[in-house]
Structure formats: C-alpha cells, structure tokens
Unconditional design. Structure first.
Length: 86
C-alpha cells in the first residue's frame, strides 16, 4: 500500500467551520456532497458539485488532505499524493 506523509501532518479531529459548503452558502447555491479540510476546517463541496469548492480550496491553500463530511463516510483523500484511505 502506498504511504502519504501528509496524513501525518493533519489533525484527523479537525472541526468544521460550517455545516455546509462555505462558498455555496454565501452565494445561495446547492452542492452534491461535502468535504472537510483536515488542515483548517474549511467545508467545501465535492467535485461532483458544479462549483467544486473543496478542490478550489486545496488549489488556493495547498492544504493537502480532506475527508468526507457526509454521514457514514470515513474516507480521506490526499490531493498531493492522490491517495485514498478508508
């Protein structure tokens, strides 16, 4: 299995700043699913959402890892190493 040093640098107990996508809430838009940044607690919409705010947050900040913010989902994704961890 591939390893990722970025997962050692993030806080797996990071708390969300909002209940929904921060940017979509500001503009009154909808999302498909939510992602939580494990560096700062930003909540962004997934890449299946038209705005893709989760990925845009990574590109703007270089915060490496997100986890699903959907009930019952416990996976983590590292943008830098492109590693998926359940």
């Amino acid at each position: 299995m591939e390893s990722c040093s970025h997962l050692e640098q993030v806080n797996l107990e990071t708390r969300a700043k909002t209940k929904g996508c921060e940017e979509c809430e500001k503009i009154g838009d909808d999302w498909v699913a939510l992602r939580l940044c494990l560096s700062c607690g930003h909540v962004g919409c997934c890449d299946s959402s038209k705005n893709k705010h989760g990925t845009k947050h990574f590109k703007a900040t270089s915060h490496p890892a997100i986890k699903s913010f959907e009930p019952g989902e416990n996976w983590i994704w590292c943008y830098v190493d492109e590693i998926f961890k359940e």
